[in-house]
Design a protein around this ligand. Structure first.
Ligand SMILES: [Zn+2]
Length: 493
């Protein structure tokens, strides 16, 4: 009995060591049920520059900062344009590693180009070795969705994001009524009714307004007010559906916006006017698309083209792709053409004529402050009223995987960069707060073990005494019975 007692005691005290496995077991269980972990809503407001809330009244964004975390700004990957930077958010990889190198899909042999919208449907362009978080989450038992987010239309290794909405070809990205319908769909239907774990939600503004009217225009400020009203609406819907304690919002953008310099005084970049340069030496080119460009020179012409353009304009940066600054992470991918061009802030790259009339542009060096997006989070997994310093958007992916409790794919981000934004964990397992958690657990389990041991000792002692007493009683009654028998015998005889 004592041996059994010690064995049970041993089993109980070994539990604190099992605290970590217990956590991971509960983690795995919640993956399959999708019911206990917290959810993540990743929102992108295209082209929302880090400082757009400074000259506009933004009560909802201000409230969100009080209730959650605000980063001073974040640094997008280079090239600072829509499809490539969004795919970095989804995959945690730099652009040279995920291969979605431009908004435009192109074929240098056929000279074919597909613009932003058409390129969304070219599976091979997106499905290029790196998996977006939707597919990883689905493979690990979670439910994912995406509305209008770049990359949503494509199939990855035979799989699409299961719940999705792709915008039609001529979609009005600025319509506030549609924005609300989209929010209703994501919060009310996808998160509330269908119990999705992760959704990415995209809004095409204030990018378009920033391009058309410039980042310093009253129209851009009006659009930021519309964004702010929408942020208020999103949080209201989350509250309405009782999701506030279960749903984290991570809100950011793909890039910023800067004013394009215009006028007589501006020395426009027109490649055909640069001495020694000729488009006759070029097999394929990607220019007239804002401040960046790429060139594929004809056989044997690379050096000539490079030498002509290098130093050919005071505001034009010219690199052979392998000589691109390493910090830009935009040189390794085979899709990148041999010569890469980008302009100083305010300048755009023209081929033959100046026919780009946008008042605002992006696509510049990601160190340019005007290229930095905003970043906000709020939800059960995040600290409250916390302002943090800048970080690269490549680190958002491991943060999302951590909150969702999924194993990330190979990526270029680090949780160490962003985990200080997380609140100490209360329920599920994971890196953050696990020390605190296991200490608490150990205390509880240790106390239970002591109580359990005392109860066992009590039971053992009591049953032993009872056993002794009943044995004695039995002996006594047997003895009496024997005596009675003897008496009977004696009587019989
Ligand atoms: Zn844009």
């Amino acid at each position: 009995m004592l041996l059994l007692c010690f064995a049970v005691f041993d089993l109980i005290v070994s539990s604190p060591c099992a605290a970590a496995p217990l956590d991971s077991v509960s983690g795995l269980q919640s993956v399959s049920s999708g019911s206990t972990r917290n959810k993540v809503l990743l929102i992108s407001f295209d082209g929302f520059r880090w400082d757009y809330d400074r000259d506009v009244d933004t009560p909802s964004l201000d409230q969100m900062a009080k209730d959650g975390v605000k980063a001073e700004y974040v640094t997008p990957p280079f090239l600072t344009i829509t499809s490539p930077t969004h795919f970095t958010l989804l995959s945690g990889r730099y652009i040279e590693n995920h291969g979605v190198i431009h908004n435009i899909w192109f074929n240098t042999t056929t000279q074919e180009k597909k613009q932003y919208y058409a390129s969304q449907f070219v599976d091979s362009y997106w499905d290029n070795g790196s998996l977006p978080i939707w597919i990883t989450a689905q493979r690990q038992g979670l439910k994912a969705g995406s509305l209008h987010f770049p990359g949503t239309a494509a199939t990855y290794q035979g799989e699409t994001v299961k719940v999705r909405q792709v915008e039609p070809g001529f979609y009005d990205h600025a319509n506030e009524t549609d924005w609300r319908l989209n929010v209703d769909k994501v919060i009310g239907e996808w998160f509330h009714q269908q119990d999705l774990d992760f959704v990415s939600l995209y809004f095409g503004e204030p990018d378009m307004t920033g391009h058309k009217y410039g980042p310093d225009s009253p129209q851009r400020r009006e659009m930021v007010k519309q964004v702010d009203r929408t942020v208020g609406y999103i949080r209201d819907r989350i509250e309405h559906h009782g999701l506030t304690e279960r749903l984290n919002i991570i809100m950011t953008a793909d890039h910023g916006m800067t004013t394009v310099l215009r006028g007589e005084q501006v020395n426009e970049i027109i490649l055909s006017k640069i001495p020694g340069f000729s488009f006759k030496d070029i097999k394929f080119h990607l220019v007239d698309y804002g401040p960046s460009g790429m060139l594929l020179p004809k056989e044997g012409m690379l050096e000539k083209v490079y030498q002509a353009l290098k130093g050919g304009h005071p505001h034009l940066h010219v690199y052979k792709k392998e000589e691109m600054p390493a910090r830009l992470h935009y040189s390794k991918h085979p899709r990148l053409l041999p010569i890469i061009l980008f302009a100083d802030p305010g300048y755009v790259i023209n081929g033959f004529y100046t026919f780009q009339y946008n008042k605002g542009e992006h696509g510049f060096d990601n160190e340019v402050m005007d290229m930095k997006p905003f970043f906000r989070t709020v939800g059960p997994d995040f600290q409250k009223n916390l302002l943090v310093g800048p970080f690269e958007t490549v680190h958002v992916y491991p943060l999302m995987c951590h909150i969702l409790g999924i194993i990330p794919e190979i990526n270029d981000g680090h949780l160490d960069i962003t985990k200080h934004m997380l609140a100490p964990k209360k329920n599920t397992g994971g890196d953050n707060g696990s020390t605190e958690m296991s200490t608490e657990l150990q205390a509880v389990i240790g106390l239970s073990a002591v109580i359990g041991f005392l109860v066992l000792v009590f039971i053992t002692t009591t049953s032993y005494n009872l056993f002794k007493r009943s044995k004695a009683n039995r002996y006594k009654s047997d003895h009496i019975a024997a005596e009675e028998k003897t008496d009977q015998k004696q009587t019989n005889f």
